[in-house]
Design a binder for this molecule. Structure first.
Ligand SMILES: Nc1nc2c(ncn2[C@@H]2O[C@H](COP(=O)(O)OP(=O)(O)OP(=O)(O)O)[C@@H](O)[C@H]2O)c(=O)[nH]1
Ligand SMILES: [Zn+2]
Length: 367
């Protein structure tokens, strides 16, 4: 495929084509590449340029419900918004092109499942209002989940114009995060001049995703970036019971800057998948402190020589953040265990389970 059509570049196509993509395209000479812009329960909408997308069918094995055993494809192996696929006859997806990264979370429910939030993303805007919604613990959780996706996380604190907004207190609460090279922006999401602060992550060809609770200001930011009050090609908005507009599904929106934006619905539950690395997910400072504790298996409780407790005592480490770290560490370990047994189930290889359990023991201590 050369040269790369401008239409594809406008929706995030990279000039240098992955050799694995070339192989997939060679295997389906009649198909054309397209990007998934919307995902519905019943199917996908894909686009080959910044204009309207088209509804397409997916492979039958992608439509089988989760839990369907024979020939089932795990949800994380099915296309998500942001994925590149090959489409034949303008109507049917025939292949999913390998992704350069994806943002995922653990799905609610009894069985271990991963849920994709967005694929092939360069930046993640973690949006949080400087109102009653402001919660540093939830921002820390988002950052942990973003880790491993290959995307740059950026915290965007909205509603700076509100009389109750305390930007200084919020910045102080997120200081440890900022020290780990996670930018923290404070904006009035309705003000184009303020929202221009997001520009470094919205260069032509970039794909960014907005995540955050319902009401955090994601759609407001999208509208301001689009430069219009209407959401144009954006997410179809439906009225909920109280007559409010809420984003009901994920959609990929080309911006005037040449970047693409993925809006996501507010997420109530943010469960780790078990693949997260705490040291890379915003907690490098705590992991480094823990390495200095006198005992290798220090639980940072009442043990003598605990470097973590000492840092909290000195006021160098926020206790709330430390408690959140412990909680997230336990959740990652538990999810990691469930992931290991799912992999073992799938492949029936006992050796693999043992190897994985050993890795977990090394990382988290006996469990
Ligand atoms: N004053 C002020 N209001 C804002 C700001 N950002 C968002 N709002 C308001 O907050 C409310 C919720 O904003 P939305 O943009 O719809 O929130 P959302 O994150 O898209 O919510 P969901 O679609 O439910 O996920 C709206 O009434 C916005 O006008 C801001 O920076 N300043
Ligand atoms: Zn300790």
């Amino acid at each position: 495929m050369s040269p790369v059509p401008a239409e594809l570049q406008a929706i995030g196509w990279r000039a240098a084509v992955d050799p694995r993509w070339q192989a997939a395209m060679d295997a389906h000479p009649a198909a054309v590449p397209a990007r998934v812009v919307e995902q519905h329960r019943s199917g996908y909408v894909v686009a080959t340029g910044p204009g309207d997308g088209v509804a397409v069918e997916s492979l039958p094995e992608w439509q089988r419900p989760a839990g369907y055993r024979k020939g089932a494809v795990a949800p994380e192996e099915r296309p998500a918004v942001g994925d590149w696929v090959l489409v034949e006859g303008g109507r049917r997806i025939v292949a999913l092109l390998p992704r350069r990264g994806a943002i995922k979370r653990g799905a609610a429910g009894e069985h271990y499942r991963q849920q994709l939030i967005a694929a092939n993303v360069d930046a993640v805007f973690v949006v949080c209002g400087l109102d009653g919604d402001f919660n540093p613990r939830r921002i820390e959780r988002y950052l942990l989940l973003v880790q491993g996706s290959g995307a740059q996380p950026v915290v965007v604190l909205t509603k700076a114009d509100r009389p109750d907004a305390d930007a200084d207190a919020a910045r102080a609460a997120l200081a440890d995060m900022a020290a780990q090279e996670v930018p923290v922006l404070v904006v009035n999401a309705k003000d184009a001049a303020a929202v221009a602060a997001l520009a470094p992550w919205l260069r032509p060809g970039d794909t960014a995703v907005l995540v955050g609770s319902s009401g955090a200001g994601k759609s407001t930011l999208t509208n301001t970036l689009l430069g219009s009050e209407r959401m144009k090609t954006a997410a179809v908005r439906e009225h909920d019971a109280r007559g409010r507009h809420t984003t009901t599904h994920r959609a990929l929106i080309p911006l005037p800057s040449g970047a693409c934006l993925i809006d996501t619905p507010g997420m109530r539950e943010l469960k780790p998948t078990g693949e997260e690395e705490l040291a890379d997910g915003g907690f490098a400072d705590i992991e480094a402190l823990a390495a200095q504790c006198r005992f290798r298996d220090c639980a940072h409780g009442r043990e003598p020589g605990c470097a973590v407790r000492a840092a909290i005592g000195r006021g160098d480490l926020d206790e709330g953040r430390f408690l959140n770290y412990l909680k997230l560490r336990d959740e990652v370990a538990a999810a990691s265990d469930r992931l290991a047994s799912r992999l073992a189930d799938k492949q029936g290889v006992k050796v693999l389970t043992r190897a994985l359990h050993k890795r977990l023991d090394d990382k988290y201590g006996k469990h």
